[in-house]
Write a new protein. Structure first.
Length: 696
């Protein structure tokens, strides 16, 4: 620490700006420390910093350190301002460097090359001379580089070179198509070979104002995304660093020189879609809140008029749109918007697990909830009682339904939105993931002209999807198919779908009584919850109708005991029930980071795999595509029991649970765990995932 150190001697604030934009100036020895606060993305936000630099120059304080601990995000105009300030100070015989740069801004400095132009302070020393020529091209062939880094063995490289000569394709594309390495690994190696930075595109790693320099359709066609502009250079994300004609077109359209930044094509198109749907406001908010450690008053505001005004303001609208857009893009099943003591939280349920994606300021939470209530045509003044509603949006060229549910809590209303995206729903019986033997049994049950088929499992196990796939399989103009649902989730052609309305007394049982007078061939009851519905469903199955329904039980035999416990007569159930399908959803291995390994000896012995020889299993290493979990997407594991004469006799005797379990073991029917282990041996999922879901 220099001997001479003073307290802050000035604070510069931009005209008309709040205190969050002021720059605290401190003189320490021969150096001046400037500490701006807030996002540096507009001229107004930059004005206090530029004024502070100008004042330093006037006082011949030419050694300036910019403390960026209070700057969550720097955009193009801020980058240019820092470069200009560094040049002016250098001409005066001084220098500028930055300190306390967060991870996001450091990444921006890296991909734009400014980390070599503006030095980062280390122990207060003067930075080394920097140069704007940050491209360091390695004179090495791609194949040799992959071998050098241990990414591919030499024999694989030689095989790829031979294929390159015969097919004319690029070496990188060949090794990706072969599955030897991922696109991310290849692009990282290409970046090292060509001296081009690689980036995992994420929130904040692009300037919303710069993306607009190119028409969205042009960006999609070229698979390129403008990220930042610094003077005459435009930094563009691309998956093809050698696409010279495309770079030429971008330069012609923008009048700027292109500097490529390598990124995966899928990420480029995804970010482009989000950016043009207003999600950049959510990005700015996310980064701003990340560095905000102030405690926010958690009580509900009393001025509801101001909340309603805020809810109608375009930034809040854009933020809500961005949350929904992100959920649809990431194939989330639910959106959780939760108030907290100091900040709100937005989480997405992806593949059954919740991931936090945003932490808005608590002061914005009531406005977000009000905006969602407006979209759902609900009473925004009612904040004390739970409410349910429905929202429909159009995104990515298709309609998506959202089921709205609010619940008042200690810090405000928690909102959960169930995302009902028909494009993501698997409504084809051949694509619900059943193994061939189970699929044949399930089709056999559906081909019966009458009887009761039950699908069981806990909430969120895919029961409704399995039933919808069955309805699609059965659907034809010759059949009258009627459903009773609470609520109707997906609309199907020809099928007559009827929602339950408990508030007016229109229960499952009441609707089912009237449906049976509508001459149905197939009846789907969303859920059997009580004795009356169960008895009517059984009677319908006995009188020539095929009845499909769900129960909340853990396995197939649990459905039998649950129906008997509800009060259904054993002799009626034995005649009506033709089969039970139990199921769970397990996560599949992420294809982007999938790797194989030889099963250890202890696993081979535990699961008696000795006869299978060398058993190879698979798992995911974790990557940005799967939120570093190693899993992406879900599949069903199933247990199907068909009612035969032996099971009918057993049901008539009102059996215990133990007797039913013993019956299944005697029949040699594969249970859920057996089905799951087949998926493990096929390399589709892991033992850990099967154990987690089935608690085995």
């Amino acid at each position: 620490m220099p001997e001479h150190a003073e307290k802050p001697d000035m604070a510069v604030t931009g005209a008309g700006l709040d205190a969050g934009n002021e720059v605290q100036c401190t003189r320490m020895g021969v150096m001046t420390y400037l500490a701006p606060r807030g996002v540096l993305s507009t001229e107004e936000e930059l004005a206090p910093l530029l004024q502070a630099v100008e004042r330093s120059l006037q006082q011949w304080d030419t050694r300036v350190v910019v403390d960026m601990s209070g700057v969550p995000l720097v955009q193009s105009i801020g980058l240019e301002a820092l470069v200009s300030a560094q040049e002016r100070l250098a001409k005066a015989g001084g220098w500028l460097k930055v300190a306390n740069v967060n991870a996001l801004n450091r990444e921006i400095f890296r991909i734009t090359g400014l980390e070599r132009v503006i030095a980062v302070a280390v122990d207060g020393d003067r930075p080394e001379n920097a140069t704007t020529d940050f491209r360091e091209v390695r004179n090495i062939r791609l194949g040799d580089l992959l071998v050098e880094k241990g990414l591919l063995p030499p024999d694989k490289v030689q095989e790829a070179i031979l294929l390159q000569k015969t097919s004319g394709r690029r070496l990188g594309q060949i090794v990706i198509d072969k599955g030897w390495i991922t696109e991310k690994v290849l692009l990282s190696a290409l970046g090292e070979q060509l001296g081009i930075p690689y980036a995992d595109l994420k929130a904040g790693l692009y300037d919303p104002d710069i993306i607009g320099l190119l028409d969205p359709e042009v960006c999609k066609r070229l698979a390129m995304l403008p990220l930042f502009r610094v003077r005459e250079y435009l930094y563009v994300a691309t998956a093809d660093p050698q696409a010279a004609p495309s770079f030429g077109e971008v330069e012609e359209r923008t009048g700027l020189r292109v500097r490529p930044v390598l990124a995966r094509k899928e990420q480029i198109l995804k970010t482009l879609s989000e950016a043009h749907s207003g999600s950049q406001y959510g990005t700015m908010l996310l980064e701003e809140v990340a560095d905000d450690f102030e405690v926010v008053d958690s009580h509900q505001p009393s001025d509801y008029e101001k909340i309603d005004e805020m809810a109608g303001d375009s930034p809040v609208i854009n933020m809500v749109n961005s949350i929904i857009q992100r959920a649809v893009t990431d194939k989330a099943s639910d959106i959780h918007i939760e108030p907290g003591k100091t900040h709100a939280r937005v989480r997405l349920r992806i593949d059954g697990l919740l991931y936090e994606v945003m932490t808005p300021r608590m002061s914005l939470h009531p406005a977000i909830v009000s905006r969602l209530k407006v979209m759902a045509n609900m009473d925004i003044a009612e904040r004390r009682l739970p409410q349910d509603g429905r929202i429909q949006v159009h995104t990515q060229g298709r309609p998506v339904d959202l089921r709205f549910s609010s619940l008042p809590g200690m810090y405000g209303e928690k909102v959960v939105l169930r995302v009902l995206d028909k494009n993501q729903a698997i409504l084809d019986i051949n694509r619900i993931g059943m193994l061939p033997d189970n699929l044949e049994r399930y089709r056999g049950l559906l081909d019966r002209s009458y009887g009761l088929v039950l699908v069981t499992g806990p909430t969120g196990s895919g029961k409704t999807t399995t039933l919808y796939a069955a309805l699609n399989y059965l659907n034809s103009i010759e059949k009258n198919i009627v459903t009773i649902e609470d609520p109707v989730e997906y609309q199907l052609d020809i099928v007559n779908q009827n929602p339950v309305k408990e508030q007016i007394g229109l229960t499952f049982a009441k609707v089912l009584k009237h449906v049976l007078r509508q001459d149905p061939d197939v009846v789907m009851v969303g859920e059997i919850r009580e004795k009356e519905t169960a008895e009517i469903a059984v009677q319908a199955a006995l009188t020539g109708h095929l009845v499909l329904s769900t129960l909340h039980t853990n396995d197939s035999v649990g459905a039998v005991t649950r129906m008997l416990d509800m009060g259904v007569e054993p002799y009626l159930l034995s005649s009506a029930l033709i089969g039970v399908v139990a199921q769970r959803l397990v996560r599949g291995i992420c294809p982007s980071c999938r790797t194989e390994y030889l099963a250890p000896t202890e696993l081979v012995e535990r699961y008696a795999w000795q006869a299978k020889g060398n058993v190879r299993l698979a798992r995911g290493r974790g990557c940005p595509e799967c939120y570093d979990s190693g899993y992406k997407g879900r599949m069903g594991v199933h247990e199907i029991v068909e009612t035969d004469e032996d099971l009918q006799k057993l049901i008539i005797s009102n059996p215990s649970r133990d007797a039913l379990d013993e019956f299944l073991r005697g029949k040699g029917i594969d249970n859920l765990f057996d089905d799951g282990m087949q998926r493990v041996l096929q390399g589709q999922t892991t033992i850990e995932e099967i154990s987690r879901v089935l608690n085995s």
